[in-house]
Design a protein around this ligand. Structure first.
Ligand code: NAG
Ligand code: NAG
Ligand code: NAG
Ligand code: NAG
Ligand code: NAG
Ligand code: NAG
Ligand code: NAG
Length: 831
């Protein structure tokens, strides 16, 4: 371990030294706080600058760099290239995956306006948008004597750029690094990745990969697939298609000049398809002068980038370029890579991950051609072709190959989820904007693909020791790595809904503590199994089925967290100490990775739930999810939640006395000895501590401890050998920072965001007495829309219920009173 660390540091220093030597002239970069056309300060960090490459650094490459809006210290760093060759990276920034877009107003002589976007990849990654080759966008050359640009030459120049950029931005050394681009950059990116794999930075930047959208890969393949594509989309007649096939024999590019009949047919094909926008065939080709035409945004961008005030704000070197063009088609350029397939092959061998996506309405690089070359790499499929669904609508298809290459199509139909982060109005308004809805899903995919660093291990369990016969439900257990380098391995039990897992809600359930295993939920609360209450005699205790399990109507993930809880463990000792707010982030990461491995649950309504101490973490987790890109998130369920520990705990003792759980004598002693303070007991007050300890001795919990430590049980659950020593139901020795003092402010924000919530209190729970819970719900000041009334099971009063609701109909806060073993599945349907 220590040696590893030293060699890592030395490697890092060596790299730094090399990178610093590389930089000959001081490169200039500036932070941009305001941009003409954008109202107010920019809501993200923008840096622009030039980096000189080539022998005398005569080539000055311009870049826009935007820091991740989430966590730039840990989020991936992405270098994004636009196509062309010769198209400015503004294309990526303003029209694809950036945080701003052109406002589509008619140009009237003033600087065109910019607006924020909701789908930006910068929400989760830092991105460098690079203008290349020289002559593109704001990149320029100091002399005329430079080598003509070419595909392979660009791979080298961009690699040089990257090294120098990192030399100026050492803080990004250890971030996961990716290269991405679309269209023509499909020719350059694979070669660039190979270049990087031979260079010095590969040793230091872990987990690299690349992302390509509708990538040009090999003209023959890409272009020849256009004709069948146009036929499939009914853009050309059957007759023309049949003739083309017969006469041209599948070759529609570089046609033999003697084959005049084929040339004529190709010409006819061109005429038929001239009227549509080839990269988005649903859009008609149109005059660029009107805002309803797709390409009007390019006109606006050109006005914008040529405005003096904009150039000043971007710190463009005076006199460096004349007219800015979005795509400069006059750059001298040698297309010396005929096919990038051999580079994809080499990159696969080197172990790089890749995500290749195709809009299925793009005709320039049709998805069928992309699929063809991916197939030609001859890797086996590890995750087969299947639709990915959003709200029961097919959003596209995805397939993953053994070379860690994921291919995804994106359907052109705009898809929206009824509740996306509470911004419902905005979503409806944007529903017709093809580009933004597609990008949003791409952002989701990108994030999921980038997140998965190691194979997630999961196993289906059919039998469990102590349970008679095969399990009457589907149980999966597994680990998912979270945090930097995925050192933290979180263990989960997943049980599929016994009714209709395709549509039933997906619930992620957390137990309290902190440090209590999720077995607590599974065996003692809402799971399909319970301990049989026999006296322990040395054999594995028995398990029995329950009738009240929530898994009858929901799929549930029981998660062991924080690290150190149950079977969750850390691969090294170097991980951040868990805390309430830290756990909210880790669990969010877990949920995303889990969903990526279980994409069939993408469109299920997702709920978060838990009880006791998770009352501190769940509201913050919901807040975390609401900031993320997660989609069909509906609400949360909390049982006897700790919300303000001090108040909650101090209610316990009088409550226990009221329920006749403790004797009058004990109650009197407690009151007298502890003076109403049962939480932060003075450690010198040993008498009080001893009295408080009486609450933690519960027979059936001890019983569970025996069950889980049995070797046969561990084996059946696929617990990694030596991952943990002794399992304890609640590990009270986890280093943990309780950094959330009260979760009420989170409940407040989540209500504002429109999430449903169900708060229930077993009226026999003394850990968090229901009186305290009612008090904080009242303090949120929402009006009651369904008043306190008994709710019945089999004509018996099971509890009392009241629903509080804000003025917004969707913003419900409901309050159930009853045991956690009650059938609450009906609640999901009250939507
Ligand atoms: C152009 O339109 C913008 C709003 O779109 C307005 O603020 C500005 O005053 C107009 N300028 C002129 C010269 O009409
Ligand atoms: C792929 O790697 C091999 C072995 O290193 C090398 O010989 C070959 O030139 C590489 N292919 C390309 C296209 O660079
Ligand atoms: C893939 O398999 C085909 C048929 O077996 C073979 O002709 C081709 O060369 C293989 N391609 C690669 C990249 O190995
Ligand atoms: C323990 O009890 C179970 C039933 O509860 C029984 O099947 C088992 O044989 C007993 N084992 C021993 C060692 O007595
Ligand atoms: C609640 O939302 C407000 C406004 O977005 C924010 O300032 C505040 O920090 C949030 N509270 C919590 C506890 O996150
Ligand atoms: C609820 O109302 C009380 C009294 O009007 C006020 O003091 C308190 O701040 C309000 N709470 C919230 C969360 O708005
Ligand atoms: C739970 O309630 C739902 C809806 O009210 C009902 O369909 C279901 O049968 C109940 N389940 C059990 C186990 O009682």
């Amino acid at each position: 371990m220590a040696n590893d660390y030293v060699s890592f540091v030395l490697k890092w220093l060596l790299l730094l030294l090399q990178l610093v030597f590389l930089i000959q002239n001081a490169d200039s970069f500036s932070i941009v706080k305001y941009l003409p056309g954008f109202d107010g300060p920019l809501p993200f960090e923008l840096e622009t600058g030039y980096i000189g490459v080539g022998e005398k650094e005569e080539v000055q490459l311009f870049y826009y760099f935007i820091k991740s809006e989430r966590n730039p210290e840990e989020d991936p760093l992405l270098l994004w290239l636009s196509g062309g060759p010769g198209c400015s990276s503004i294309s990526g920034l303003l029209f694809e995956n950036g945080p701003m877009a052109m406002k589509l107003d008619v140009y009237n002589g003033t600087v065109p306006s910019l607006v924020s976007t909701t789908y930006s990849w910068t929400k989760t990654s830092s991105i460098i948008y690079l203008d290349q080759p020289v002559g593109t966008g704001f990149s320029y050359s100091k002399t005329h004597l430079i080598d003509k640009s070419s595909d392979s030459g660009e791979a080298k120049r961009i690699h040089e750029f990257l090294q120098k950029w990192l030399g100026n931005h050492e803080e990004f050394f250890s971030n996961p690094f990716y290269v991405g681009g679309d269209s023509y950059s499909g020719m350059v990116v694979p070669a660039l990745v190979q270049e990087i794999s031979k260079g010095i930075i590969k040793d230091i930047m872990f987990q690299q990969g690349y992302v390509l959208g509708n990538p040009k890969t090999e003209s023959e393949i890409d272009f020849n697939y256009r004709i069948p594509f146009a036929h499939g989309m009914a853009l050309i007649s059957d007759e023309l298609y049949v003739s083309l096939k017969r006469v041209c024999q599948g070759k529609y590019i570089n046609v033999d000049p003697c084959n005049t009949e084929c040339l004529k047919l190709v010409e006819e094909y061109n005429k038929c398809t001239k009227m549509i926008t080839p990269y988005l065939i649903l859009e008609p080709a149109c005059a660029s002068e009107t805002p309803d035409c797709y390409i009007y945004r390019y006109v606006l961008a050109t006005y914008w980038a040529n405005d003096e005030s904009v150039r000043k704000a971007l710190h463009i070197t005076k006199g460096s370029i004349e007219e800015w063009a979005r795509c400069n088609r006059h750059i001298p350029y040698t297309n010396d890579i005929i096919s990038s397939v051999p580079y994809h092959m080499n990159n696969s061998i080197s172990g790089y991950r890749s995500l290749i996506f195709s809009g299925d309405h793009d005709m320039v690089v049709p998805y069928s051609g992309t699929q063809a070359w991916i197939r030609s790499l001859n890797y086996s499929i590890v995750d087969d072709w299947r639709p990915w669904l959003i709200n029961d609508q097919i959003a596209g298809y995805t397939r993953t190959y053994a070379n860690k290459m994921t291919f995804t199509t994106i359907k052109a139909n705009p898809i929206t989820c009824p509740v996306i982060k509470g911004h419902i109005d905005l979503e409806i308004q944007m529903a017709n904007d093809y580009v933004s809805s597609v990008l949003k899903w791409l952002l989701l995919l990108l994030q999921l693909v980038l997140l998965i660093q190691t194979a997630v291990s999961a196993s289906i369990i059919k039998y469990l020791p102590g349970f008679d016969g095969p399990l009457p439900f589907e149980l999966e257990t597994g680990y998912i790595g979270v945090g930097e380098k995925e050192v933290v391995q979180l263990f989960y039990y997943f049980i599929k809904s016994e009714r209709n897992p395709e549509e039933d809600p997906l619930l992620i359930w957390l137990s309290g503590g902190p440090g209590c295993s999720s077995i607590s939920g599974l065996l003692f609360e809402n799971g399909p199994l319970a301990m049989k209450l026999d006296v322990y005699n040395g054999t594995v205790p028995s398990l029995v089925s329950t009738t009240y399990s929530w898994t009858k109507t929901s799929s549930i993930i029981y998660l062991e967290q924080p690290v150190g809880t149950g079977f969750s463990y850390s691969r090294t000792h170097l991980f951040n100490k868990p805390s309430d707010s830290g756990e909210a982030k880790r669990i969010h990461e877990f949920l995303q990775k889990w969903l990526d491995k279980h994409q069939e649950f993408f469109s299920n309504p997702v709920y978060v739930g838990g009880d006791s101490y998770s009352g501190m973490v769940v509201p913050a987790l919901v807040h975390e999810i609401s900031k993320g890109i997660y989609v069909c998130f509906y609400g949360y369920v909390l049982g006897n939640p700790i919300t303000e520990p001090k108040t909650d705990y101090n209610y316990r003792i009088p409550y226990a006395h009221g329920m006749a759980f403790i004797s009058d004598e004990l109650y009197e002693s407690l009151k007298r000895t502890c003076k109403g303070e049962y939480v932060n007991v003075d450690p010198r007050n040993t008498e009080c501590l001893k009295l408080v300890e009486e609450y933690h001795k519960i027979y059936r919990y001890l019983l569970a401890t025996y069950w889980v430590n049995d070797k046969t049980v561990r084996k059946a659950l696929q617990i990694k050998e030596e991952s943990i020593e002794e399992w304890v139901r609640c590990n009270r020795h986890i280093p943990y920072t309780k950094d959330i003092i009260s979760s009420v402010p989170y409940h407040k924000n989540n209500s504002i965001n429109g999430y449903r919530s169900l708060i229930f209190s077993g009226d026999h729970d003394m850990a968090v007495p229901y009186l305290g819970t009612q008090a904080w719900i009242r303090s949120l000041n929402y009006s009651i829309i369904d008043d306190w009334r008994p709710w019945m099971i089999n004509n018996q009063i099971a509890g009392k219920v009241g629903i509080r609701q804000s003025t917004n109909q969707r913003k419900a806060l409901s309050c159930f009173k009853g045991g956690s073993t009650a059938n609450l599945s009906g609640w999901y349907q009250i939507q």
